[in-house]
Structures are given as C-alpha cells and as structure tokens.
Write a protein that binds this ligand. Sequence first.
Ligand code: GDP
Length: 272
Amino acid sequence: MPPRKPSSPRPPAAPAHKKPVVVSAEAKEGLGWLHTAKFLTSSSKIHQLPQGDMPEIAFVGRSNAGKSSAINTLAQQRQLAFASKTPGRTQLINLFTLGLREAPQAFLADLPGYGYAAVARGKKLVWQKVMADYLEVRRALFGVVLMVDSRHGFTPLDIQLMDFIAQRVKTGEVKLLVLLTKADKLTRSESKAATDAASAVLADYATETSDIGITLFSSLRRIGVEDVAEQLLAWKKAMPERVHFEIPPMPEGEGVDESGDEVSDDESDEEG
Ligand code: GDP
C-alpha cells in the first residue's frame, strides 16, 4: 500500500494583503491610523531623538520574535520596518510618525531586538543601556507593545524589560500589550497553554491601575491583527494632546550605519 500523503493541518497561507477581511469599525479605524505610519528618523543615541511630549508607542521584543513583521502588518506597509533592518542598524531606535508627518498624533518607536543566543555579552550590555536610557528619557512613553514568540513564552530578557517598565506599568502611566507572535504555529490547545502561561507572568505586574493586554498574533495568518488595531486605537483615544514637540528634518544620509554593528541574522526559523 502506498504511504498515505500526510494531510496538511493548515492550508497554505494566502498573502495577508489578498485575504478578504471582515473588521469592526473600530479595527478599521485603528488600521487606518496605523497605516499613516511614516519613517521619521533613527538614532542609536536617545538624546538625538526628537524631544517633547509626543505620546509614543514602543514596539519591543527579542530578535526574531516577529516585531518587524508585526509593524508592517499593522501598518499595512510591506517595507516599513524591514527598511530599517539593514545590517548595522540593530542598535538603532527607529521612529515613525502616526498621523500627518508634519503634525503627528503620536510616535511609533521600533526598538532594537534583543537576546540572540549568538550575541556577545558586550552587545547585550549595550542593549540594556539603550533600553534603560530609552525608558528613562522618553517620558512621554504611552504604551509598550511587547512581542513574545508564542512557542517560547517570556524569556529572561523579556522579564528584564518588563522589570524596567514595571513601575510605570503598575501605575498605568505606561500601558502594555503583549503579542504572542507566530500563533499560526500553535494548535488550539497550545495556544491556550501559551496564553495561560503568559497571563500568569503578567499577573505579577497587574494592579488596579494597570492596563495590560495580551493577544495571540500572527502576521502570516492575520490572527489578532484587528484586536491589536482596536486596542491601539483605544490608546490613541486616551492619549493626551501633544503640547510641545519638534519634528526634525528628514535626516541626511538616511540609512547610514552609526553604530558600526553588524546584524547577526543567523537565527532564521522561518516559517510558513
Ligand atoms: P524581528 O526580528 O522580531 O523583527 O522578526 P521578523 O519580523 O523579522 O521575523 C522573524 C522571522 O519570523 C522571519 O523569518 C519571519 O518570516 C518569521 N515570522 C514573522 N511573523 C511570523 C508569523 O506570524 N508567523 C510565522 N509562521 N512566521 C513569522
């Protein structure tokens, strides 16, 4: 008897942009807002970022957790985050405007990925410094979107990052949304287990004033995209009106590597 062709548990994914999507009005509005994202500037030096009180949403996560894909998917722009993922830019903070570039409503910050097994200790220390400085200096930080690979759960560096922001999360000053990424790789029961495990970790940070969300997410299969769009729209609506900010001119030599670092993109586990 010929061997049976193994049945595919999931059909091959259609490109996300070709899928018909039914979305709520809120999700639609949120996606429309996120679609306005435009690259503003990038720097490895926190003090060179535009100063002011523009509310900021920071995307953070371990390298390879799916952060660039998530930003591109949410903004419905193929190259938004990948454009800044060229070699040498790993330690850069990339800033995007939301709303009109000249009169934005918020900044979206794409923070350096962390935690490659291969990354040297020195680079980890650099990351920790960048992160600590960022959270210290960017007082208008409104929310953090943390990408956690749904198959791995929180890593020690994720917890370290959580601890950097714990105080401001507990008071509700900084809102937190955890995306359990690549959820397309999990079965239903694995998804539940991943959500339960992550919720247990987040319980340590939850208070009466905190605003912490968690959602299964997949850029590939568009899982959770509308939920995240709704959530980020709710953040937008809760944001204070910015009073003072400076928009720098488009930097000259955009794309220049300031840090001299190399991207170690050696952990490709992709995916489909
Ligand atoms: P980053 O380093 O956190 O910015 O991660 P990337 O967005 O570059 O993604 C890292 C790897 O994970 C790439 O090989 C992506 O193709 C893959 N990936 C990202 N999002 C998904 C997803 O939703 N599902 C699956 N299966 N793979 C994904």
